[in-house]
Design a protein around this ligand. Sequence first.
Ligand code: GLN
Length: 551
Amino acid sequence: MPTEPETEYDETLGEKFVFVTGGVMSGLGKGITAASTGRLLANAGFDVTAVKVDPYLNVDAGTMNPFQHGEVYVLKDGGEVDLDLGNYERFLDIDMTSDHNVTTGKVYQSVIEKERAGDYLGKTVQVIPHITDDIKRRVREVAEGSDVCIVEVGGTVGDIEGMPYLEALRQFAHEQDDEDILFVHVTLVPYSKNGEQKTKPTQHSVKELRSIGLQPDVLVGRCDDPLEPKTKEKIALFCDVPTDAVFSNPDVEDIYQVPLVVEDEGLDEYVMGELALTERVLPETRRDNGWRELVTQEQTGSVDIALVGKYGLEDAYISIHEALKHAGLAHNVNVDTEWIHSEGLADGHDGELDGADAVVVPGGFGSRGTEGKIEAIRYARENEVPYLGLCLGFQLAVVEYARDVLGLEGAHSAELDEETPHPVIDILPEQEGIDDMGGTMRLGAHVTEIEEGTVANRIYDDTTATERHRHRYEVNPEYIGDLEAAGLVFSGQSGRRMEILELPDHPYFLGTQFHPEFRSRPTRASPPFVGLLGAALESTDSDAPTGEVEL
Ligand code: GLN
């Protein structure tokens, strides 16, 4: 009897898990390695999701200082999470929720709440099994319904905080079929002074993993260059994996090239083979999303952007950098973003902005550096330099307009100057009296209604936009009439809240109360950023064609 032809999809296989740990030191880019592998599995036709485990005690990243920890990334459900989730959303082109970020704070909070509710009555509540069970439950819940779930454990193997998670992974391996689970360990392979690739740190880190009962299936060595065959052989021998399970992840110019490196090395094929996924893939569905073409296309010009902020750390504005890059991909130009310290601009040193084709003022909290940001906004408005203001950059554009066009001396945001005679930006009514700082801002995706015939309408090509928010302050309704009479257009609104502003007589002057950067993807650049670059290209002498951009 003829058998049914094999189909692409076998529902009975259930979810597969790829656990990614890191060794030797943090900041190796294991998140990018993991996200890149995920991208390739998605290209192969699988439904891929991801979980980021952060072993710190904070419940979420919302109260962390971007200066120390990088940007706080905002999800559509309002989750304030680690910036690594942004990388997963960008690489996998998925929308995650706060459940995709497991923190020690969340785990202990729920276990302790259950203990107080009497759920464990009579029992001693312990790390094993109660904490580890909660960790496993969270991972399984997120994975449900997808083909592959990538679980990245933050930090480095050996950290005290990470122990319960590694123990949970060990139990996972015990409970799951071998072919449903894969352990990938990412380590550093440094060069010695005489130019030799050294494997000892990797050996030590794997020894540490094995001492807690975890044997990695795959090893990825981060190195300046690809690993030499003899380095791979040595790692394989000492860490007890086949040589073809050792991969390199050499430095590349741009993170979006990492999937290409991973693919060239064959890591995706290996992962699929180990997870028995290979036979589920239909050849024609493979690698068809044009990622390689997109990130290797030849650029036809370049744009200089001045990003005027107070945090001198690239990670503090990572989603803005990425959104600018995505807009560059849409216009086929290279984007050169220079961070300009807002405190240095307070006295009106316009010279620093002279070379910029466009100015961006990002979000922020607190008064440090705000006068410099206002100065940069004034410069962009008066000199017809394309401008994009994001959240605080939107609010300060209102302040600048109130001061310099409406003539309201001392106008400010009530957040930054409690004594201001003209609080043109004021606290959201529902925020008054809130003392708890964690997770209490106006957060997550909200719909903005866009007025037809405006710049916002043109760039979004729509009469609504659903973008992510994170703020406590907004335009004070008492000043809206005067601001509009003086020429400021609020082209996007959400109920009585002002969400988008623009200036009709300017090449491009746009502010958004929301953060469009959180929804930007390499394959779907964010409209306000694409619009900014389009205007910048038009107003520069550059002979670069602006290209046909579909929004
Ligand atoms: N500090 C401002 C507010 O809370 C702006 C916030 C932001 O830029 N994310 O409204």
